[in-house]
Write a protein that binds this ligand. Sequence first.
Ligand SMILES: [Zn+2]
Length: 415
Amino acid sequence: MALNKIAVYDSWKELDPGPDYPVDVRFAALPVLSKKAIREHFPAGMLPPGLDIDRGLADREIELVDTSGTTEEKITNIWNQRWWDASEISSWRFNAHFDGISYNGHREAILANPRNTGIVSDELDLPMDKRRLARFLYLNEKTDPTTWSWELMNRMVKELGAFRPEVLEANPSLLARLCRFIGKNNLSVFQPDAIVLTYEYTTRIERRQIKQIFSSPMISSYGTTETGYVFTECEEGRFHQNADLCRVDFEPFKSEYGGPLLGRILVTPFDNPWCFFIRFDAGDLVTLEETGQCPCGRNSGIILSSINGRKANLTLTVGGRPVMLYELDESIGRLEGIEQYKMIQSDYRTYELHLVSRAHEKKLLAREAEKALKDLYGPGAGIKIFFDTDFPPELSGKSMISRALFPIDLDDYLE
Ligand SMILES: [Zn+2]
């Protein structure tokens, strides 16, 4: 077990009740692996003695990748393509829409922020051949999608037609943006066999915008650079754990805060020769499927009814109850005429909702939005509504949909 070989776990060893106990009991006794601990111990303290990172780099077995984001979020990871591919192939078993596609060699277009994957070129527009890599085509090289020109978006549409990808993998916020462009300009676009939404939470508004343009099945895939593919949405809309490739520990919220079905997840990826994370906290909050079963019939591992956003997206009601992005999105997603939104809670009773809208009746929309937020956060909530023209992404390259400007400690709400 990694506990005995790797320096970062030195202080954990005494907490392990030992091999006489069931594996679930042993895991539950252990702390959480934080990004801070990884940063402090990387690289030597995160690897067993004798595993030579320089040798791995020289042999091109691995690369080092820095995750983007704030200092608090940033860590360096060892990227092992072979393990990543194994994790992705395994995740495909959970959705029938992948059945007709052969994993090896399938053409895949990626519409991501190049800070997350791809090639950054903010000044120059890169020709298509400079954005090809193996079976991939990177459709976007700009870090700030609010700068996308008409020509650039038109190029993306044309390239989808020329490249004819079987899979289109996308940040939902970027694909929704491209779909708004396609809709406004009445263009037609190539339909891939499957659209995989990843990197970000998909809002209901984004999902509708994408559905207006693409009839391809949409599959949400949840994972991280650190953990590989952890949950995949099946054709019934539930999320299945990639149980062959990772262990997931579920920690429920207290019942007064939405537990026991609502909770956070800690991930222990398996079989990665270069990564030995145990109970890694990626910061994600989920809801277990209450029946423990899915109409699709797949029943290995944990089944989720929803993935509810990240800890960083949490806000609080005036009464102090934590509100997941999922719940906020349910309220805002019911309103008509919103293209994009962002909710910032500036103090315990002040909520600033920023909207991008092409609605003519903005006053009416503002009144409806205020009512929706008071229903959610409490009658004493101070709601401010702003109409903006666009939202650039966060430093991480991802869109930010909700957050509080004060610290929220998850331990206050967990069982
Ligand atoms: Zn299912």
